[in-house]
Design a protein around this ligand. Structure first.
Ligand code: SF4
Length: 193
């Protein structure tokens, strides 16, 4: 099924994407995954692999109902991954997508340039409404900006050593970042602790 791109308006039923959904990814989290690429990012990481995703007016708007329709065709998929750009700049629409994916039994990974600590700090100037609600629907968060000096091609599902793969249910429960150790080698775990 093809996806309809909607360029009219920008209410809470539309998400701004950089390009169409990747239906069959095996590099954006475990198993077969559908990946949604959000448009808009202000982190300005040096060495960013995709600067065309930074412009908040770039890309195109898509009706989230069309994205959910696309999920109905997923058969062998383990989950969805929402990446960017910066997905946490569009928390309300990302929440609607995450809720629908959860109902369909799909697990949910998110990539963000924010750190977990920034996302849960309600006193921070960066904190945005909707972040906490969204975090509650996420299974795994890959957090932190890409740091070129810490780039490491050997890492699984991450680009630089500072980025972390977090079990969000446990991280929210204990209010500290909890690593998903299955995606780290033993030396990395010792350093992280
Ligand atoms: S968070 Fe991602 S998209 Fe944004 S500047 Fe950093 S690497 Fe690029």
């Amino acid at each position: 099924m093809g996806l309809r791109a909607n360029r009219k308006g920008s209410d809470y039923m539309h998400i701004r994407l950089s390009h169409g959904i990747t239906r069959d990814s095996i590099v954006d989290g475990p198993g077969l995954r559908a990946v949604i690429w959000t448009q808009g990012c202000s982190h300005k990481c040096k060495g960013c692999h995709n600067p065309s995703t930074h412009d908040f007016n770039g890309g195109f708007l898509m009706d989230i109902e069309d994205i959910v329709e696309e999920f109905k065709d997923l058969r062998l998929h383990r989950g969805i991954t929402i990446s960017g750009g910066e997905p946490f700049e569009q928390p309300k629409v990302c929440l609607e997508i995450a809720k629908s994916a959860k109902v369909m039994g799909l697990d949910i990974w998110f990539y963000t340039g924010y750190t977990f600590e920034e996302l849960i700090n309600k006193k921070s100037k960066k904190y945005k409404q909707g972040w906490m609600e969204l975090l509650k629907y996420i299974d795994v968060l890959v957090d932190g900006p890409f740091i070129e000096d810490k780039k490491n091609l050997l890492l699984k599902f991450r680009g630089s050593d500072n980025q972390r793969i977090l079990d969000i249910k446990k991280s929210l429960k204990y209010k500290v970042p909890v690593l998903l150790e299955e995606y780290y080698d033993k030396d990395e775990i010792l350093i992280a602790k």
